[in-house]
Design a protein around this ligand. Structure first.
Ligand code: NAI
Length: 349
């Protein structure tokens, strides 16, 4: 067993290092928890500065997956595979690397089930499918294009924003409320659609100017700079880009009453949840509200249809309400309450 960097008391069940000579594949599979069922979590393909960074990423993401599945009531645990991508990995080597990863996943006999994540594509899942059945998001499947997973993730976040607004702003009605959305990729753009239709005033930022232009044209959004969007005076700040956006530097600069977004691992340090609370900002923990995507995967594994994923995603507000109630009752942060609830569900699962 190995310890997770930020949560030393929370070890992984299994860590697998893979080094396959023919393709040059270097990968780590982290299985955090299988007490409720097989570990679910996609396959991340990106460059890392070091193997230590890749390991820390794999462990942190695997742990979040466990908690996300537990809070969404899914019969799965959490895992993650990270492929350390060399800059020059071309088509044939890439295919060989994913097949090698598929063979390893097959050896794990269903303890870990993989799928799409940052940097991987349905064609990579197809390569793995040649070696293992324990892979989702292959070409033509429910989650293949990422559209449905991103849409359901955004839908859950939107419903959570309404719930948080009901608590902190006195009404779930978003008409005329200002929401600052950071990141207009797959999830952020769907989220702007839900918010725009609800009459929210949008302020948006993305590194990609074309995405900003599109959302401005569609929803009359105002644009902010990428390095100052978090400082926008607004009702809700919705981080939908990278992790770690809530940091020592940004938390004191926030001018919102609610933080609720899709980005994974928003808190650069768990202790920052106290700072948010002290500032009177309601923080909706990411792994409580961004479970729409993993719900799509679970529905796909059960042979279900898209509509079922939508119905299951509609439980996100109830889970958030339970977390907010628990935080109020116990005087803890929403993050601590979500962790306690996840651990309780893991214990009983
Ligand atoms: P994406 O890669 O499609 O979009 C990310 C967007 O953020 C891109 O448009 C990029 O240009 C922009 N961006 C990157 N750095 C930025 C910065 N510093 N400031 C402003 N914009 C920046 O990713 P996707 O799928 O939309 O995911 C967004 C977040 O939600 C990620 O943190 C992801 O881990 C998380 N998430 C995604 C799920 C999904 O179903 N796609 C499920 C659960 C969580």
């Amino acid at each position: 067993m190995s310890e997770c960097k930020n949560w030393p008391e929370d070890p992984m069940e299994q860590l697998v290092w893979l080094h396959e000579r023919q393709s040059g594949l270097r990968a780590i599979i982290a299985v955090h928890h299988t007490g409720r069922g097989p570990a679910l979590g996609g396959c991340r393909f990106r460059q890392y500065d070091s193997e230590e960074d890749a390991l820390a990423d794999a462990m942190q993401l695997a742990r979040s997956m466990t908690w996300k599945c537990a809070l969404a009531g899914l019969p799965y645990g959490g895992g993650k595979a990270v492929l350390i991508a060399p800059p020059d990995m071309d088509g044939a080597r890439r295919a060989a690397a994913f097949r090698a990863l598929g063979r390893q996943i097959e050896r794990m006999q269903g303890e870990y089930i993989t799928g799409l994540d940052l940097g991987s594509q349905p064609s990579d899942m197809d390569e793995m499918r040649k070696e293992t059945a324990y892979v989702t998001d292959t070409t033509g499947s429910l989650g293949a294009t990422g559209d449905l997973t991103a849409d359901m993730t955004a839908y859950g976040v939107y419903l959570a924003i309404r719930t948080a607004a009901g608590r902190r702003l006195g009404s779930a009605d978003l008409q005329g409320r200002t929401v600052a959305v950071q990141g207009l990729g797959k999830v952020g753009s769907f989220l702007c659609g839900y918010l725009g239709k609800a009459g929210a005033r949008l302020v948006v930022a993305d590194l990609d100017g074309a995405r900003v232009t599109r959302v401005r044209q569609m929803w009359g959004a105002a644009a902010a700079a990428v390095d100052t969007i978090h400082r926008t005076p607004c009702d809700v700040f919705a981080p939908c880009a990278v992790g770690g956006i809530l940091s020592e530097q940004t938390v004191p600069e926030l001018r919102c009453r609610i933080v609720a977004g899709a980005a994974n691992n928003q808190l650069a340090d768990p202790a920052l949840a106290d700072r948010l609370q002290a500032r009177g900002i309601l923080y909706a923990p990411d792994y409580v509200i961004n479970s729409g995507g993993i719900i799509v995967t679970a529905v796909e594994l059960a042979g279900g249809q898209a509509e079922q994923a939508r119905i299951q995603t509609e439980a996100v507000p109830d889970t958030l309400t339970t977390v907010l109630d628990l935080a109020e009752r116990t005087g803890t942060t929403t993050d601590a309450a979500a962790a306690a609830l996840a651990l309780e569900r893991l214990g009983s699962g």
